[in-house]
Design a protein around this ligand. Structure first.
Ligand SMILES: Nc1ncnc2c1ncn2[C@@H]1O[C@H](COP(=O)(O)OP(=O)(O)OP(=O)(O)O)[C@@H](O)[C@H]1O
Ligand SMILES: [Mg+2]
Length: 231
């Protein structure tokens, strides 16, 4: 689902990604841990076309996003980006729109779904996330964990093949962390691939199929921790 080879990215003279290799297969939950400043967020932003890389390649769902310094055309990029969902801690929800309005915004605007269609699938997603009773509430009326689940719902509404999370639990207490872990696990059993950045090792162990460490711009080891089945 995701194949990254020898990826390089600098900010001015500062090299941040220094030859990243990474694979995530269908239905896999890959967690990236590692010290602050190691390049994790930059990697995630690069996958989501929010940063431009200089060398290497990124292939998503068999489509080349970036190769040897060249990006896919605008039209191809739009198609590729539909396969990716991105959830940043606290940054996904429009404050002046209800949970339901937040979720149907992109499907109606980007995918051209009718409001009725988008609302039907949004209600399904909210049911799955345990947020049905919050559909008409505004983000400020939700708890941290509910906000986080609503942000996940917003990304899910685009029906992505690969979901990326940057610190999904950083503002959550441990019981809510379990909620988010359960949502992520049940999505992966439906075949969705997950790429998760976290500093929370308990959460990482709970949710991951595989944990890798990123330090100083490279993925250190591809298999530092293999999680046992049903662990
Ligand atoms: N827009 C930017 N301009 C210049 N330098 C940047 C920019 N974004 C990130 N950097 C630098 O790139 C390096 C990697 O940052 P990044 O945010 O990817 O680290 P991280 O691994 O996500 O860290 P953390 O665990 O603290 O979130 C840091 O040294 C940072 O200062
Ligand atoms: Mg970061």
């Amino acid at each position: 689902m995701l194949k990254i080879r020898n990826l390089y990215k600098s900010f001015g003279k500062v090299e941040v990604l220094k030859g990243v290799d990474l694979d995530v297969v269908e239905g896999e939950i890959l967690v990236i841990v590692g010290p602050s400043g190691g390049g994790k967020t930059t990697l995630l932003r690069s996958i989501n076309c929010l940063e431009r890389c200089e060398a290497g390649s990124i292939v998503i769902n068999g489509k080349e996003l970036f190769k040897d310094g060249h990006y896919a055309s605008k039209k191809e990029l739009t198609a590729i980006r539909k396969d990716i969902g991105l959830v940043f801690q606290g940054f996904n929800l429009f404050p002046h729109r209800t949970v339901l309005e937040n979720i149907i915004e992109a499907p109606t605007r980007v995918l051209g779904k009718t409001k009725k269609e988008a609302t039907e699938s949004a209600l399904e997603i909210l049911g799955f996330l345990g947020l049905t009773d919050k559909a008409n509430n505004y983000p400020f009326e939700l708890s941290g964990g509910q906000k986080q689940r609503a942000a996940i719902g917003r990304a899910l509404a685009m029906d992505p093949k690969l979901m990326c999370f940057d610190e999904p639990t950083s503002a959550l207490d441990p019981s809510l962390t379990d909620d988010v872990a359960n949502v992520i696990k049940s999505l992966s059993t439906q075949g969705m691939a997950m790429l998760i950045i976290t500093h929370d090792m308990d959460f990482a162990k709970k949710v991951a199929d595989r944990i890798v460490s990123m330090n100083n711009g490279i993925i250190l080891e591809q298999h530092i921790y293999e999680v046992a089945e049903n662990d």
